[in-house]
Design a protein around this ligand. Structure first.
Ligand code: FES
Length: 104
């Protein structure tokens, strides 16, 4: 198991990048629930947040890629606007232990 971050460090309605070794992940907090994805836009296989900061909007409903504007539903990862409509971010399973976010 790898500790990738602290739950308390991700305010509701925001996203952040997390690293697990060579893996780049994107976590978003929506309505008090955490979702974790591979930080890889289906459009170009690049990260969604090259400029840094949160890419979440609408209280965490939407993740918007900073490169070319693809928009993803944060709870399913499905792209609903932009160059890769119908494709999806790849979800990452996690567990929470105290305040730590853990992945395999
Ligand atoms: S790289 Fe994400 S929309 Fe093109």
């Amino acid at each position: 198991m790898h500790r990738i971050g602290k739950l308390s460090a991700i305010p509701n309605g925001t996203s952040c990048s997390l690293n697990a070794g060579h893996r780049q992940l994107l976590a978003v907090m929506r309505a008090g629930k955490l979702y974790v994805y591979e930080n890889e836009c289906p459009h170009s296989r690049e990260t969604l947040d090259p400029m840094g900061g949160s890419v979440a909007s609408g209280g965490g409903l939407i993740l918007a890629c900073q490169r070319h504007g693809a928009e993803f539903l944060s709870d399913t990862g499905q792209c609903v606007a932009g160059p890769c409509v119908g494709e999806s971010l790849t979800g990452v399973d996690y567990t929470i232990e105290d305040d730590d976010i853990l992945i395999d």
